[in-house]
Write a protein that binds this ligand. Structure first.
Ligand SMILES: CC(C)(COP(=O)(O)OP(=O)(O)OC[C@H]1O[C@@H](n2cnc3c(N)ncnc32)[C@H](O)[C@@H]1OP(=O)(O)O)[C@@H](O)C(=O)NCCC(=O)NCCS
Length: 181
């Protein structure tokens, strides 16, 4: 894919990452509220390593977790995009749609708007047949995004996330799916 490819929506620009995104990315990854449905917050080093992995993923797959810019609001509000999970599960191989926004940008529909653009790009340009999403059932805001963009829960899809320690309350996950139109 061209390095300057962007996805545009009514209010957002989904673009490749820049060096300046790392500082606000580390801040949101270090925020215990943003990360309350994950095993823990990330250090600056872990956050930078994730940004590196995201950049490599774009090169490898031609799609990825886009840096989300809200023109007139903020140059970086978080990420929304498609990724190939790097763990084994019953629904693999698969492509996941995911999102993580900084707190000030919750409640405006930005995640939903950006996710819809990713479904269109994934089913269009990338030619995917299906996209999945998953989270712990307690992550209601994330499940609401999945439902708003038309995903439906796989009734037999629940699974234990292999990256979450056994016995941890966030280990059990629900699985949502959407097929290409
Ligand atoms: C998951 C997450 C992105 C959801 O954020 P969100 O703000 O609830 O979702 P959206 O951006 O789609 O916004 C939807 C909300 O904005 C409201 N809204 C306001 N204007 C809107 C508009 N123009 N369009 C759609 N919704 C709008 C909706 O009513 C909804 O609020 P509600 O849930 O109280 O009804 C956010 O909670 C987050 O980053 N969490 C931490 C990271 C995380 O857990 N990621 C998921 C891991 S699986």
């Amino acid at each position: 894919m061209a390095a300057d490819l962007v996805l545009k929506t009514a209010r957002l620009i989904l673009r490749r990452w820049r060096a300046e995104d790392r500082e606000p990315f580390a801040r949101l990854n270090g925020d215990a509220v943003v990360m309350r449905h994950f095993v823990g917050t990330l250090t600056r080093e872990e956050s930078d390593a994730m940004a590196d992995r995201i950049a490599r993923h774009f090169d490898e797959h031609g799609f990825g977790l886009w840096a989300v810019e809200a023109p007139g609001v903020a140059p970086f509000i978080g990420f929304v995009g498609l990724s190939v999970p790097s763990f084994e599960a019953h629904f693999m191989p698969a492509v996941e749609v995911g999102w993580r926004l900084d707190q000030p940008y919750w409640g405006y529909g930005y995640a939903t708007e950006a996710a819809r653009a990713n479904l269109a790009d994934g089913f269009g340009r990338a030619g995917l047949r299906e996209i999945v999403s998953f989270t712990a059932p307690v992550n209601v805001p994330s499940i609401r995004v999945m439902e708003r963009i038309g995903m439906t829960r796989d009734p037999v899809g629940d699974f234990d996330h292999p990256r979450v320690p056994e016995g941890h309350p966030l280990r059990r996950h629900v699985l949502y799916r959407i097929s290409a139109p």
